[in-house]
Unconditional design. Structure first.
Lengths: 320, 93
């Protein structure tokens, strides 16, 4: 992806500690060259020299689904940051952090960074970080579909307010989060104290040690992992996944993993509903295990049918 | 990046970095799938794809992002890769 600047997304329900976390992190010298875009200036103000506010504004495209909307406000702000940096009106920055409202859907934000004609040439999606309040998180997961979506889309789940929560409720919440999104890295913080690596480290957890599966975690949403023991034809895989996302994309909430395409290293795959990051080819595998491993978090789709379909498509190229 | 709104994009994630040989292979594999729905795909100058049904109705598509929407419109029915009949047909080869 070259010199593109990462756009880190910090999401989480209202009161879950997003702003506290950010205000602490942005005080650290390692995160000095960070531009910040927020939807709302909350009670806990962020004191930062590169703070910008946007009013959430989505542009629904003709024939588009919700996840494929473009956030016009965000695109405008990112373009403006770039031009002002070029003109020397603001200090240089090496990353952008976007703090969303508690109700914002992360998918259109990722889509904006990946698809907006100007933005996509200068920025790339960084990690998606979701804060979940240890005191109220379980209740929010039961009641608020937005919270479930934020958890499913996250690369890192940050459980906040663990200092004031009952120990049992923290354990229960973390078990629920691991069930909902086994591919995410799970961290606990209290008083907003967190390692700057939370924002700086690229990408997400290596999905190869996952063993997701079992009962639906929420409203028919079920995570599972598919393994493939032999290399996959990348062209055939692309046909399968684009067809799957075209027909079932609203129910494929998340797909991520490593794919063996017969090269020295795997292809890293990361998608949220219809929005797929440009696949990244790694030079080498992270360990001795070279099996393809794909994590799906899907609604109303059974593992068996997905597995059978992928097997039929993935080896299409083997036939006559 | 969007399977439904592929018209926005010229460098679809599934085709990025692929060459002429990949494109020929893609058309061949796609035709094995599309045949199940009575459709056929051709390459037009290595730039766009031409999709046609058995009655001769055609649609020009840019990439895999816009292909499936156009194919569904021409076929007049959903194109679901999880459809057991399609999976069985692909397995039979």
């Amino acid at each position: 992806m070259g010199d593109r600047l990462p756009v880190v997304l910090v999401t989480g329900f209202l009161g879950s500690g997003k702003t506290t976390l950010l205000s602490r992190l942005l005080g650290r010298p390692e995160l000095g060259e960070t531009a910040v875009i927020v939807n709302e200036l909350g009670d806990v103000g962020i004191d930062h020299h590169l703070l910008r506010q946007v009013d959430e504004r989505t542009v629904l495209l003709a024939n588009g689904c919700l996840c494929c909307t473009l956030r016009g406000d965000l695109a405008d702000e990112l373009r403006d940051l770039l031009s002002r940096r070029t003109r020397g009106e603001i200090p240089p920055f090496r990353r952008v952090v976007v703090e969303t409202t508690g109700l914002a859907d992360p998918a259109p934000i990722l889509n904006t960074v990946l698809a907006e004609p100007v933005v996509k040439h200068h920025f790339e999606p960084g990690p998606v970080i979701a804060t979940v309040d240890a005191v109220n998180g379980l209740g929010q997961l039961d009641r608020e579909v937005e919270t479930v979506k934020q958890v499913v889309v996250a690369d890192r789940l940050v459980v906040t307010k663990t200092d004031v929560a009952e120990p049992g409720s923290v354990a229960g919440l973390e078990e629920r989060l691991r069930t909902l999104n086994p591919a995410a890295e799970l961290l606990e913080i209290s008083f907003g104290e967190a390692d700057p690596a939370l924002l700086l480290a690229p990408g997400a957890r290596d999905p190869r040690d996952l063993a997701a599966g079992g009962a639906p975690a929420h409203d028919g949403i079920r995570p599972f992992v598919l393994f493939l023991d032999r290399p996959v034809d990348w062209t055939a895989f692309g046909i399968w996944l684009t067809m799957l996302l075209a027909s079932r994309g609203e129910d494929v909430l998340r797909v991520k993993g490593l794919l063996d395409v017969g090269a020295n290293g795997p292809v890293v795959l990361n998608g949220v509903q219809h929005v797929v990051h440009p696949p990244e080819h790694l030079d080498a595998w992270p360990d001795e295990d070279r099996r393809s491993r794909l994590v799906f978090i899907a609604r109303g789709i059974e593992k068996d049918e997905l597995e059978a379909s992928l097997a039929a498509f993935a080896f299409l190229g083997d036939g006559p | 990046m969007c399977a439904l709104c592929g018209v926005l994009l010229t460098d679809h994630w599934a085709e990025r970095g692929s060459g002429r040989r990949d494109r020929v292979s893609r058309v061949r594999l796609l035709n094995r799938v599309l045949a199940h729905f009575g459709l056929e795909l051709g390459d037009w100058s290595g730039r766009v794809y031409m999709l046609r049904d058995r009655k001769g109705k055609t649609a020009v598509v840019d990439d895999l992002g816009s292909l499936w929407t156009a194919a569904e419109a021409l076929a007049g029915r959903p194109l679901d890769p999880l459809d057991p009949a399609l999976v069985a047909a692909l397995r039979r080869g």
